[in-house]
Design a protein around this ligand. Structure first.
Ligand code: AMP
Ligand code: ZN
Length: 114
């Protein structure tokens, strides 16, 4: 089966503005930013969505949050704060079928749903 768009970014088959990478995680700027800072943080493992998460993925999800914090610090927004969003499935508005965490920051993020 053909790789998804984010797997192609991981394999450098399509370009992205990468801000962090290690052996398990990669983070890059969202192509259509919804805030001054809008970074997608993803596991390199192709996990289609949050509902597909397995017991063995628990560690990587924890690590992703630590990396998000590190990126927020590097981007200079740790003090002011940020928002992390994971869209899941049709009702959640997920468009790309590879688990990703939106890191949004750089302005007051406005109305909250919750
Ligand atoms: P979601 O709606 O939660 O699935 O979010 C998918 C996100 O991926 C959207 O914010 C898109 O702007 C972003 N996106 C799609 N293609 C790319 C790409 N090639 N590089 C960076 N971000 C992308
Ligand atoms: Zn993928």
């Amino acid at each position: 089966m053909e790789d998804c768009i984010f797997c192609k970014i991981i394999k450098r088959e399509i370009p992205a503005n990468i801000v962090y990478e290690d052996n398990e995680i990669i983070a890059f700027k969202d192509i259509q930013p919804a805030a001054p800072i809008h970074i997608l943080v993803i596991p390199k493992k192709h996990i289609p969505s949050l509902v597909e998460l397995t017991k063995e993925d628990e560690v990587i999800v924890g690590k992703i949050y630590t990396i998000i914090n590190k990126i927020a610090e590097e981007q200079g927004v740790k003090e002011k704060g940020y928002r992390v969003i994971v869209n899941c499935g049709k009702d959640g508005g997920q468009e790309v079928g590879h688990l990703h965490f939106h890191l949004l920051a750089g302005k007051p993020l406005g109305e909250k749903i919750v």
